[in-house]
Ligand binder design. Structure first.
Ligand SMILES: [Zn+2]
Length: 235
C-alpha cells in the first residue's frame, strides 16, 4: 500500500482500497497511522505553496511544525484534507485527471514522479535559508514567487504566463552574475493556469543575479533560444 497513502488523504482511492486503509487506522496500525500522517503532512504543505500565501517565515514555521509527530485527530485530518484539495486545485499536477479517471494503477508512475517533485518543493521550502522573491505586481499579468535556497534549490510558482504553442515548453534559467544562463528545468502551466518548476540542487545564491523564463522547443534547450518572457532579479 506504500503508494496509496497520499491518494488516501486526497480522497482519490477507490472505496475498496480506502476502506482497507481506514480499517488499519481504526485498528491503530502503527505503519498506516504514520504513513497517513506523513502523506497528510506532504499534501497539506502543498497548500502553502500557492502563489498567494502568508509571509515565508510563517510558512516555514508551519511546514516545520507539520513535521513534528502528533496525536491523530479526525478534525485535523479533514481540515488538512480540505487544504490538500485546495493544493490540488492550485497545482493540478495530474491529480484532477486521476480523480476523473480513477485509473490509479495506470497513473501511478506519473503520480510518483509528481509526488517526488512535490516532496522536493516542500524540502526546499523548509530549508532555513529559503528566500522568497515576488514578481509581477499586476495580478492580470504574469506573477508569482520564486523560492531560493542555497542548500535546497529553487521553486518557481507562476500564474498567468502566456499560452504556449503546441510542442513548446517553458524553461527556467538561473542567470549568474558572470557567464551563461544555467538550465533549471522545463515546465508547463496546469489546467488552472499555474506553472511550477522545482530545481533540487545546491545553488550558489550569491553568484546568481536573477532567474528567467523563456519559451523553448518541447525538449528544452541548453541555452535560451528566445528572448526571456520573465527576468526576475533575486537581489
Ligand atoms: Zn496498516
Amino acid at each position: 500500500m506504500e503508494d496509496l497513502y497520499e491518494l488516501y488523504v486526497l480522497d482519490l482511492l477507490d472505496a475498496e482500497q480506502a476502506s482497507e486503509i481506514q480499517a488499519h487506522l481504526d485498528d491503530s496500525c502503527d505503519i498506516c497511522t504514520s504513513r497517513t500522517y506523513a502523506a497528510r503532512t506532504l499534501t497539506s504543505s502543498l497548500a502553502s505553496l500557492a502563489p498567494v500565501v502568508e509571509p515565508p517565515r510563517k510558512l516555514r514555521q508551519r511546514v516545520l511544525a507539520l513535521a513534528q509527530p502528533r496525536k491523530q485527530s479526525y478534525d485535523w485530518f479533514y481540515a488538512f484534507a480540505a487544504a490538500a484539495v485546495l493544493a490540488v486545485l492550485l497545482f493540478g499536477w495530474g491529480y484532477q485527471q486521476l480523480a476523473a479517471k480513477r485509473s490509479l494503477t495506470i497513473e501511478m508512475a506519473e503520480l510518483q514522479r509528481e509526488r517526488n517533485a512535490l516532496r522536493s518543493a516542500v524540502a526546499i521550502l523548509s530549508e532555513s535559508d529559503t528566500r522568497t522573491v515576488q514578481f509581477g505586481a499586476n495580478q492580470s499579468a504574469a506573477h508569482g514567487r520564486v523560492f531560493v535556497s542555497g542548500n535546497g534549490g529553487v521553486v518557481f510558482v507562476g500564474s498567468q504566463l502566456p499560452e504556449l504553442a503546441a510542442g513548446r515548453t517553458f524553461e527556467l534559467w538561473l542567470i549568474p552574475r558572470q557567464g551563461n544562463p544555467q538550465p533549471a528545468g522545463l515546465f508547463k502551466a496546469n489546467t488552472a493556469g499555474v506553472s511550477v518548476d522545482v530545481l533540487k540542487q545546491p545553488v550558489d545564491t550569491a553568484g546568481i543575479a536573477a532567474v528567467a523564463v523563456s519559451v523553448e522547443p518541447g525538449s528544452g534547450s541548453p541555452q535560451p533560444t528566445t528572448k526571456p518572457i520573465l527576468i526576475i532579479p533575486l537581489a
